[in-house]
Design a binder for this molecule. Structure first.
Ligand code: ZN
Length: 163
């Protein structure tokens, strides 16, 4: 784990703060540490299995990252998407890298399901209170453990708490 004061951190950045909490072991939605990113369970579990990959260092644009790191990160996005899909069997996976609210490179992986009547549009068309479903504690723990197993099977370098 990185120390709280790692060189790439930017004060005032919410995502850097999350990474510091992951390093301190106090971020409950943390799933995995990968060579280029941290994987967390997102807070919009209407899209069950929704995860976010956070770039390890504070960087505001993909094009400001070294090309080799971008390629490696995209590969992590691909493999985590596959891990989610293997577990939840979505109708379609959505990938987004926006950063308009939190300008620290991160990727949203939203699995979309047949049961979603708004599935032909972007996820954010659905109102916040409907998207931001908080799972019961046991359910969340089981989902995180199941995702870790699927990620471990695909990314040998992945690190998990307590391993
Ligand atoms: Zn940051």
């Amino acid at each position: 784990m990185r120390s709280a004061e790692h060189a790439g951190s930017q004060s005032g950045c919410l995502i850097c703060t999350m990474i510091e909490r992951i390093g301190a072991g106090t971020f409950p939605d943390f799933i995995a540490e990968l060579p280029q990113s941290y994987v967390i369970l997102g807070n919009e579990q209407y899209y069950r299995g929704y995860c976010v990959l956070l770039a390890r260092e504070h960087v505001t644009e993909l094009y400001l990252m070294p090309a080799s790191e971008v390629r490696a990160m995209i590969d992590e996005v691909r493999l985590v998407a596959e891990a989610i899909a293997d577990l939840t069997h979505p109708w379609k996976m959505n990938y987004s890298c926006l950063g308009n609210q939190e300008p620290h490179v991160h990727w949203h992986l939203h699995p979309r399901y047949e049961s979603d009547n708004l599935r032909h549009g972007p996820v954010w068309v659905r109102p916040d209170p409907e998207r931001k479903i908080i799972l019961a504690e046991d359910d969340q723990r089981q989902l995180i453990e199941a995702l870790r197993a699927k990620i471990a099977a695909r990314i040998p370098d992945a690190r998990f708490p307590g391993r």
